[in-house]
Every structure is written in C-alpha cells, then in structure tokens.
Design a protein around this ligand. Structure first.
Ligand SMILES: [Zn+2]
Length: 315
C-alpha cells in the first residue's frame, strides 16, 4: 500500500483518544479528517486505576463510553505519563499511577476490546497536538515542556519523536539538588521533587487560598509570594537546562500549571531568554505557550495513530 493509499484508507475513521494524566483520565473521540474536531468528552479521576486491575478498569470505561455515545472506533490511542518499553506496550515505570507498572497495557487491552490499542507518552501526544496547530520552517527541532502533576517533556525532530532507546525526555528527573527532597521516582533531589502539583497545593493550603487562585499571590512580599517565586524560578531553570541540552529552534511550554490564572508567563519567559538564549547557539530559539490546552492530547492522538497504523501496514 502506498502512503497515499494508506492516507485515503484511514480518512473518516473514528478514534478514541484516552489521555491518562497523573490526576485525570480524559476521553474523547475524533475522526481522521482535514478538520479534526474532538467530541464526546468524558473525564474520570486517575485514582480509579489504583483501586483494582487497571486494565480491567480501562476496558470498563471504554465499553461504557462507546455504548453511551454510540461510537464504533477503529482504534484506541492512550497517552500515559510513564516510561514505556521500545514496543510501546510494557509500562516500565509510571510514578503517579503505580498500578500500571509492569503491565502490557496495549496488548492486554487489545485482547479485551478487540481493536488496535496504541500507547505512547502523554507528552508526545500533547506536543504533536500543539505542533499540528503551528507552521514551522524547515529543519525545526521542537521542545515541549508541560508542567502539571509532574513534569512532562518531549522533543520532535522534523515531525518524528527524538528517541534514543526507550525513553522520552525524562526532564523531571534531572538532578537538581545534592541530598535534596525525595522525588516520586524514589531518588532524591530531582527537579520534579521541587516542581510538581503537590508543591503548589501545599503553598495554597498554607496560605488558605484555593489552588486555582494561588498565583494571585504572585509578587506579594509574603511567605507564599516567596515560595511561588522559588517554584517558578525552578521551572525556569529547568526550561533553561533543557534548551541548553537540546538546542531547539522552538520551545512550547504548557500544562495545567502554566495555564493557571495569574501564572507569571512573562517572568518565566524573560528569565529563560536571559539565561538560555543569549549565546550564538540559542539566540534564535522561539519560545511560545501551549494554545490548545486539554485539546492538544486528542489532536496528538491522531498523529500517533497515523504513525503507528502506517508502521503496522508496512510490516
Ligand atoms: Zn525523580
């Protein structure tokens, strides 16, 4: 089958995209077409997967979803915040949903529901989804960094995910401090031990303000104000580190934290430009902010489907 025949064969196919985050599982349907618009949204707590067999829970959610919405999908695409093996099946380590560790999520679920299941890093879906809304010049290298429950990052190199062996970009586990705080991965002093959703929850609880409004305290000469500055400084240092290592032409910063009310985007951007973009290597690096929010993962799911289904057809 030629590439053109393959592209024609998948037009109009309905996909279910499941974006499993550290806090929420979000599900939507999307059809492969020129103008891809996600629909039939549902949302569940990720804690559901911790209660019992997570594959059985996913099967149940998908069955209910397809029946309720009258959808007959050609495939299911799942984004997970985990380290996955090179076959994109076996979950090596999922720090925020430990019940998934050691499970062959794609093949086990495929047996249960009878249609192809494609699994990939949640951040790869997000980055593909954000990229789909942009026009980049030739030879681009796109770095995406997403601040949410944890830290997600990935790199697209001319439309292909940049991979060494099995991992995405485990930016959250870059060593940040000597003998530092314990991280969800079990080590001490990782960046994610200092930059995660739980840290923001602690700041908001101590300041008696709802977490959704915590950045209203940005710039205040108070304990909360100082803790928020330290938090964003740590985020900015991490973005700077990633730019220094990857040397991208474009950076997209996103995730639930960056989308919060009063989040100091301008401050972070200035910090990063001052620290990382003043050398001859990175001075032309373009920094932008995620625009598609929660929708990005669903659009990215279509890109993953095209990539993986095409590979299967050629085997
Ligand atoms: Zn870590």
């Amino acid at each position: 089958m030629t590439d053109e025949d393959f592209a024609a064969s998948i037009q109009g196919q309905c996909l279910i995209v499941m974006d499993i985050g550290g806090t929420r599982i979000r599900i939507a349907s999307i059809e492969v077409s020129e103008k891809e618009v996600p629909y039939a949204f549902e949302e569940y707590s990720s804690n559901l997967l911790q209660e019992t067999d997570p594959i059985e829970i996913l099967r149940g959610l998908l069955n209910q979803y397809t029946e309720r919405n009258g959808i007959h999908p050609a495939a299911v695409i799942i984004g997970v915040p985990a380290i996955i093996d090179e076959d994109k099946d076996y979950i090596i380590q999922c720090n925020n949903i430990t019940s998934l560790n050691g499970r062959k999520i794609a093949s086990e679920l495929r047996v249960k529901i009878g249609i192809p299941v494609y699994v990939d890093h949640d951040t790869k879906l997000l980055l593909h989804g954000e990229k789909a809304g942009k026009t980049l010049e030739d030879n681009w290298v796109l770095l995406g960094i997403f601040f949410g429950t944890g830290i997600g990052a990935d790199v697209l190199l001319h439309d292909k995910a940049c991979r060494l062996y099995r991992n995405g970009l485990e930016l959250g586990h870059i060593p940040f401090r000597l003998n530092g705080k314990k991280c969800v991965c079990g080590r001490h002093g990782c960046a994610e031990a200092y930059v995660n959703g739980r840290v923001l929850e602690e700041i908001s609880e101590d300041a008696h303000i709802h977490i959704s409004k915590v950045f209203q305290l940005w710039g205040e000469d108070s304990i909360a104000g100082k803790r928020l500055k330290e938090f964003v400084d740590n985020e900015a240092l991490l973005v700077t580190t990633a730019i220094t290592i990857i040397e991208p032409t474009h950076v997209i910063i996103g995730g639930g934290i960056a989308a919060m009310e009063c989040y100091p985007k301008g401050y972070l951007e200035e910090f990063v430009k001052r620290q990382a973009c003043t050398t001859s290597i990175n001075e032309n690096c373009i920094i932008s902010w995620a625009e598609r929010g929660d929708m990005a993962g669903f659009h990215g799911g279509v890109s993953i489907f095209k990539e993986r289904a095409a590979t299967e057809k050629k085997i």
